[in-house]
Ligand binder design. Structure first.
Ligand code: NDP
Length: 254
């Protein structure tokens, strides 16, 4: 039996920001396995080249730029379109976390968290959408978080950025929907990556995550792939402005 044609995204071109490791790399691998031409992104050329070598097929490209820097984003996306081809899919995945009590949070750390998790999606989204709206189609997926909905002590700036990213997703949907561009969020729960390593290694916290999650375990990066492929596919052509949480049920229970 073959897959339903509504889920066929082979031949599309996708850029995944922050895909040198972790969730971004898993999402890029999923897109490549679905037959997309994939562009990996990050700030470190060597790390990106190593990540690209891990992916299947010969349809993998790299683009080194910092998603928080407007001119670099504009130049990077222009160069990708020229070298690889028109972007059909943009996944705004790059992100970072700083954990500290809010009273101790410095101005520069606040700006780093907001720039990387929120402003980046505006910069890359705007550059991609300038092209996608002109062509009349495109899919943008913003990687939000369960912390777009709920928060814990020590993570307020990150939650503020991810909550705002949810609303930016809805705003992009409103502005670009009339031009055939669908914009949705993908909201991971607690997923084991470099970003969460200190939490995974904290036995008490790690047990709390398992106990608090109806699925009873931490998420794996591969858990997110199916939801992304759906949001990137024609099956989701009438789905826009939504956040799809892939969190083992955590945001649904007290
Ligand atoms: P990682 O820290 O493992 O990976 C982050 C990636 O982003 C790296 O490839 C990094 O590459 C890249 N990156 C960071 N800053 C920039 C930048 N300024 N420009 C370009 N690339 C950048 O994180 P995860 O894989 O865990 O997280 C991915 C996304 O998922 C993030 O948005 C995160 O907030 C979100 N998320 C993660 C959860 C989790 O439990 N892990 C839960 C909910 C959401 P390099 O440093 O080489 O530039």
């Amino acid at each position: 039996m073959t897959a339903h044609p509504l889920f066929d995204i082979s031949g599309r071109t996708a850029l995944v920001t922050g895909s040198s490791r972790g969730i971004g790399l898993a999402l890029a691998r999923g897109l490549a396995e679905a037959g997309c031409t994939v562009v990996l992104n990050g700030r470190d050329g060597d790390r990106i080249a190593r990540a690209a070598a891990e992916l299947p097929g010969d349809l993998v490209h790299t683009a080194v730029f910092d998603v928080t820097d407007g001119p670099s984003v504009a130049a990077g996306i222009a160069e990708v379109e020229e070298r690889v081809g028109p972007l059909d899919i943009l996944v705004n995945n790059a992100g970072m976390q700083l954990r500290a009590p809010l009273l101790e949070f410095t101005d520069s750390d606040w700006h780093r968290v907001l720039d990387t998790n929120l402003t980046s999606a505006f910069l890359t989204g705007r550059e991609a959408a300038r092209r996608m709206t002109g062509r009349g189609h495109g899919k943008i997926v913003n990687v939000c978080s369960l912390q777009s909905e709920v928060v814990r002590p020590g993570i307020a700036p990150y939650a503020a950025a991810k909550g705002a990213l949810k609303m930016l997703t809805k705003g992009m949907c409103a502005d670009w929907g009339p031009y055939g561009v669908q914009v949705n969020g993908l909201g991971p729960g607690y997923i084991e990556t470099e970003l969460t390593r200190p939490l995974v290694e904290d036995a008490e916290f790690s047990a709390w995550v398992r106990g608090r999650t109806p699925a009873g375990r931490w998420g794996r990066t591969e858990d997110l792939v199916g939801a992304l492929l759906f949001l990137a596919s024609p099956a989701a052509d009438f789905v826009t402005g939504q956040v799809l949480y892939v969190d083992g049920g955590m945001t649904s229970v007290l």
